[in-house]
Design a protein around this ligand. Sequence first.
Ligand SMILES: N[C@@H](CCC(=O)N[C@@H](CS)C(=O)NCC(=O)O)C(=O)O
Length: 199
Amino acid sequence: MYTVYGSVNTRALRVLWALEEMQQFYQYIPCAPQSELARSLNITGKVPVLVDGDAAISDSVAIMTYLADKHGMLTHPAGSLARAKQDAMTFWLIDEFETPLWLAAKHSFILPPERRVPEIKPVLRWEFAQAVEVLARWLGDKPYLTGDQMTIVDMLAAHCGAWATVAKFPIENTQLASWMTKLRSRAAFTRALANDLPG
Ligand SMILES: N[C@@H](CCC(=O)N[C@@H](CS)C(=O)NCC(=O)O)C(=O)O
């Protein structure tokens, strides 16, 4: 049985979504970043954390990759060329698509107020818009980023798309935006989100 620590308004949502897609049993424990609990599980105090047996694994992408490899789902096999391309896309998404969103969050509400530089935000919006266009070209007319098969890289992109909406970073490419919305309309995503509903 897996245990996920975090909350659906953090990158933990990616992990919950992956577990739902893979139809794995898990326990969900709400855990705020930098709480005592988060620090006891992860030296950085960040969430999400996945506990599997005696091991606590940090980093949403590391966790998704671990689960995908372990269950042989939502990934191309490790060691294949298709996987190398999937991984290249994953790292690009983190570098270029997620980073402007993360920096905007840092300079809005995460860094100590005296360290925030609000003037950076227009540059981050511009960088994000560039990345949107690259991602749209990468997707092209394919059903998924790596071809016909949905993988964790599609989920990562769609999760960042939801984050962008909340952060008011527009995804002006309508084809890409509707592709992301379709991914997020999957039943597994809805079930993952429901983890934080009352009752
Ligand atoms: N690369 C990590 C980033 C984790 C991360 O920064 N999580 C945020 C919540 S989404 C957090 O814990 N922030 C608190 C902090 O940075 O101190 C991942 O993908 O899990």
